[in-house]
Write a protein that binds this ligand. Structure first.
Ligand code: MN
Length: 228
């Protein structure tokens, strides 16, 4: 929501990445109640929770706001948290990107580091000045995870454009990739066929990096399986 006239903003890259691997992207309406969120979710075979822009209000994970940052609108956070929770319960394949991964964690009861630089002074830069099409730091991918099957190896390079990250993991989730400084970079669930959150932006890398393309391919494949 922006300006005087309520308006939807969504980076086209997310939709282009889904189309590039044979999926059909649909943009969801900002429905804030569970009844309509359930109806919307029933229309799709998979869910991409996009990131970008503002951060979740810390009260949504039981904390007061400790640092200055822009809070997400009430409508958008209701949609993200509500639909991520419903998708977890109903087994809908779900990919969360950056803030979307953080919403998946909070939706299931986890918390967030509100500002990495302030709360982890030894952390490396997760908001470097390089463009998001360039890798910023490496991550270690945990063996025998969905992310490891997608990556095909233990260490990969990712971009980075976030000042928050997962603090306490929600109970049904585990870490499947970590930056060298300990910041959680990917999460997933073993009680769901495809519930993957990544802290980086594969939609800015997939055209040149086959590993990042496979993130979207895996989502679309899981969605096809879910549909049939
Ligand atoms: Mn990072």
């Amino acid at each position: 929501m922006g300006g005087k006239e309520p308006t939807y903003f969504l980076r086209a890259r997310y939709l282009e990445a889904i189309e590039a691997v044979g999926g059909l992207p649909l943009v969801l309406p900002l429905v804030t109640d569970t009844v309509r969120q359930r109806l919307v979710l029933a229309k799709v075979d998979g869910l991409l929770v996009t990131g970008g822009g503002a951060d979740l209000a810390p009260k949504l994970y039981g904390e007061r706001q400790r640092f200055k940052f822009r809070r997400m609108s009430r409508q958008r956070s209701s949609l993200e948290l509500g639909i991520a929770r419903l998708a977890y319960r109903s087994g809908v394949p779900t990919l969360g990107i950056c803030g979307g991964m953080q919403s998946m964690n909070v939706a299931l009861g986890g918390t967030l580091i509100q500002d990495i630089t302030s709360q982890i002074p030894t952390a490396l830069s997760h908001q470097p000045s390089c463009p998001p099409t360039k890798p910023a730091h490496s991550i270690e991918v945990v063996p025998q995870t969905l992310m490891r099957r997608i990556a095909g190896r233990a260490t990969i390079e990712v971009n980075s454009s976030h000042h928050q990250s997962v603090k306490k993991l929600a109970r049904p989730l585990f870490t499947s990739a970590m930056a060298p400084d300990g910041v959680i970079e990917a999460i997933e669930s073993c009680s769901h066929p495809f519930y993957l959150g990544v802290q980086w932006h594969p939609e800015c890398l997939y055209s040149r990096d086959p590993i990042q393309k496979r993130v979207f391919q895996a989502l679309v494949k899981a969605a096809k399986n879910f549909a049939s």
